[in-house]
Design a binder for this molecule. Structure first.
Ligand code: ADP
Ligand code: ZN
Length: 738
């Protein structure tokens, strides 16, 4: 008898072998019921093997839950790669791949009895029935009226079943159990009006032709680098249509569904005639809805899937095209185990499934752009705005001068920005104010000269640790005291900077009392409809000024917005993160793309104390190439990604000393037998030292290659038993250093 290696459901990650009879179609990805010690359990088959390979007797498994494997061989291969690369258990990866509702059996498809007409009855039969059995005649006429000649048994009313039975016997109708879909969008009143393909401009046409070729003959991943408003979405839509026409399916990844409603709407509108074949995977689908959507996708009924990060695992058969919109977006990285990057997994999935993959952005990640430079990815550019509007004017305001002018070291609004806001109010136009507030990491910056304290070895901002009254570098572990005066201009007012959205709203209410202001922040996100309602109110011009963090910078399109203000561009620039500059560049460029998307010209005002920072200057000129050239040079010099891999090992516990001590032990062991060219920081408190009641300490690791790094850390973790209440997490290709 052959054997199956089964991953048991549950947190303990047990893997056991079970035998099964030859005739049972057990394959990798199948769900099975098995005996486990003295109870029954369920699990997923990881692999199968002939009995003699094992050399010991195994218990027989009880039964096969689904005859078809839930996971295709391709998805299983993807799962293995993720487990390997990110150093996470196969169990945790399988959990990500198969939604809970699909794995457990509680949410099986809802089904009801459906009566279907088998053949159109001849008129004389109908007539004779009318005399003998009027009820049967009635049922037949109703079935004839239905466009698909079928109707729910329940709808025929009580007492119909005898008549239906008689009709069934006569071979006129059949009764079948049919699954009914729980419609996720059933309560949305949104009307979808079909949109027609636009005539493409030459750049778009060229890009589309490359994507079509890739759909026909899959090759390298393609980066579509198109300035904001260059019509990338139109290219996606026409490429998707082409893939469908070839009988293939399409997967569309967006950073976050609720923050990119326009992209979803445009796909729905373009494929309105095929709307039954579109599945949108929201994070707030109920378990039942998720179950239904998953099976609709798996069975090939839904042929276009739109979703955020985890949709990369949507079990589409015959995949022809994967689109990753805003590929630079950080929300593609999962911040719990397995800590995979949705974009990178998409690229790998396309490779395994042999399909086309297109990454699109106006501000691609340097990792992706570097792949293009090395010839690993193809590059197509869209340099012109498709809607014939010009790029908005970006003004940079030096807040150091502003502080002097207003004699206030914590000025929020420059005179220019205030005037610009008032002007929009007079003209009946709208404004958006962005507050670039990232995390808890705090840097020290001098308001007088703009100097920010940096690590002399790593050229990234030092983090202020209140408990020790020290500045620390989170890459190498360098520490210094907090200076009394600015090291650059000797001004004693060097201080911690920062204010929140709430404060901005307060000050604005005093500054421009007439304005109708709304604020969007994390609280607004938590409730299901607040964000949507607020955005709708803004769209219908019930709000003049919208204040928000970068989370609203994503895919919004408001034709009446002619002014965008970025209040404190510096805060993002001086976080302890080598991507600080890249993020600031992306934010300003993306945000600038929000202004002037209608008939009216747009203006962007960036307030900063470091007006000459490259991220700000290159963004002002919409110059991605200039920025990437300079930034890549810095990355190369310090061996940061994309010129090497960077990972973070974090240890956390409610017991501070125990967490710290554990990390010190791990650190000592990591220093033994290090792979060549690997760099390890000192163990340090995390910038966010305490979170959810737990103390956090971390080590940053760098290495030219990924595999030796992961293997080394996994090996150390495997032979270092952790105290009971201490948790260690490993984050490969980390993008969050707090
Ligand atoms: P991106 O996704 O690159 O930011 P969009 O796809 O949102 O750009 O396009 C910006 C605007 O230009 C949209 O209003 C879109 O309808 C319009 N547009 C795109 N392609 C064309 C085209 N070929 N002709 C006319 N308008 C276009
Ligand atoms: Zn350093």
């Amino acid at each position: 008898m052959p054997n199956a290696r089964v991953l048991i459901d549950g947190p303990s990650e047990l893997v056991f072998d079970y035998s099964f009879p030859d005739e049972l179609p057990v394959r990798p990805g199948c769900r099975v019921r098995v005996p486990l010690r003295n109870r029954d359990a369920t699990g997923t088959v990881l692999s199968t093997a002939a009995a003699e390979d094992l050399g010991f007797a195994t218990r027989p498994l009880h039964s096969l839950i689904d005859p078809e494997p839930l996971l295709t061989p391709e998805l299983l291969e993807l799962a293995r790669w993720i487990a390997q690369y990110y150093g996470s258990s196969m169990e945790s990866v399988i959990r990500s791949l198969l939604p809970e509702s699909v794995r457990s059996e509680e949410h099986s498809a809802k089904s009801q009895k459906m009566v279907r007409l088998l053949k159109t009855p001849l008129p004389d039969i109908l007539e004779s029935l009318g005399k003998k059995a009027p009820k049967q005649q009635l049922i037949l006429t109703r079935l004839l009226r239905e466009s698909d000649h079928k109707i729910l048994l329940a709808e025929l009313g009580k007492g119909a079943s005898a008549s239906v039975k008689a009709l069934e016997k006569a071979g006129l109708v059949a009764v079948q159990e049919e699954a009914i879909r729980r419609e996720p969008d059933a309560d949305s009143q949104e009307q979808v009006i079909e949109s027609q393909p636009l005539a493409l401009n030459p750049e778009q046409a060229q890009a589309l032709s490359v994507v079509r070729d890739l759909i026909d003959t899959p090759g390298k991943p393609l980066l579509l680098l198109g300035v904001t408003g260059s019509g990338k979405t139109e290219v996606y839509l026409q490429a998707a249509r082409y893939a469908l026409d070839q009988g293939k399916t399409v997967l569309v990844l967006v950073p976050e569904i609720s923050l990119t409603p326009q992209t979803v709407r445009r796909f729905k509108a373009r494929f309105a005639a095929l709307i039954d074949q579109v599945a949108v995977l929201h994070s707030h689908l109920s378990q039942g809805e998720r179950f239904d959507e998953w099976h609709r996708i798996r069975s090939g009924k839904a042929r276009i899937v739109i979703g955020a990060r985890s949709a990369v695992f949507a079990p589409l058969p015959d995949l022809g095209l994967i689109l990753v919109d805003e590929e630079h977006d950080n929300s593609y990285k999962q911040d719990t185990t397995p800590r995979y990057h949705g974009r990178d997994v998409a690229v790998l999935r396309a490779h395994i499934e042999k399909c086309a993959v297109v990454l699109g952005s106006a501000t691609p990640s340097l990792e992706t752009f570097h792949h293009c430079q090395e010839g690993k990815y193809l590059l197509q550019r869209l340099n012109q705005r498709a809607d014939s509007h010009s790029m908005p004017l970006v003004r940079v305001i030096d807040m150091r001068l502003e502080q002097q002018k207003q004699k206030n070291s914590n000025t929020i609004f420059s005179d220019k920005l205030r005037q610009a806001l008032e002007l929009r109010l007079e003209r009946g136009e709208q404004s958006i104010l962005f507050l670039n507030r990232r995390g808890f990491a705090r840097s020290l910056q001098c308001p007088a000269c703009g100097h920010a304290c940096q690590c002399p070895h790593c050229a990234i901002a030092l983090t202020y640790h209140r408990t020790d009254e020290r500045l620390m570098c989170h890459i190498c572990g360098y520490q210094s005291i907090v200076p009394r005066k600015c090291p650059e201009c000797k001004d004693p007012s060097i201080a911690l900077q920062g204010y929140g959205t709430q404060k901005v709203e307060e000050v604005l209410a005093k500054l421009i009392p007439k304005a109708r202001v709304a604020r969007i922040d994390a609280d607004a996100m938590r409730k299901k409809n607040t964000l949507r309602d607020m955005l709708n109110a803004f769209r219908s011009k019930k709000i003049d000024i919208l204040i928000g963090t970068q989370m609203i910078a994503k895919g919004l399109h408001f034709p009446n917005v002619t002014l965008v203000g970025i209040l404190n561009a510096d805060i993002g620039l001086h976080v302890p993160d080598f991507r600080a500059s890249e993020r600031t560049f992306q934010l300003i460029t993306q945000v600038a793309g929000r202004a002037g998307r209608g008939e009216l010209e747009g203006e962007v005002i960036v307030q900063t104390s470091t007006p000459h920072a490259p991220a700000i200057q290159f963004a002002r000129r919409h110059d991605f190439d200039g920025f990437s050239e300079q930034e890549l040079e810095f990355r190369r010099e310090f061996q940061f990604p994309p010129y090497g891999r960077c990972a973070v090992l974090t240890v956390r516990s409610t017991h501070e000393r125990r967490a710290e001590f554990t990390l010190q032990t791990l650190h000592r062991r990591l220093l033994e037998n290090m792979p060549p060219h690997m760099n390890i920081s000192e163990p340090l408190p995390s910038p966010l030292i305490r979170s959810h009641g737990q103390f956090r300490f971390q080590i940053t690791l760098r290495c030219p290659q990924a595999r030796p790094l992961t293997n080394h850390v996994q090996a150390v973790l495997n032979r270092t038993p952790l105290p009971e209440d201490v948790i260690a997490t490993f984050d490969m290709d980390a993008i969050n250093f707090t």
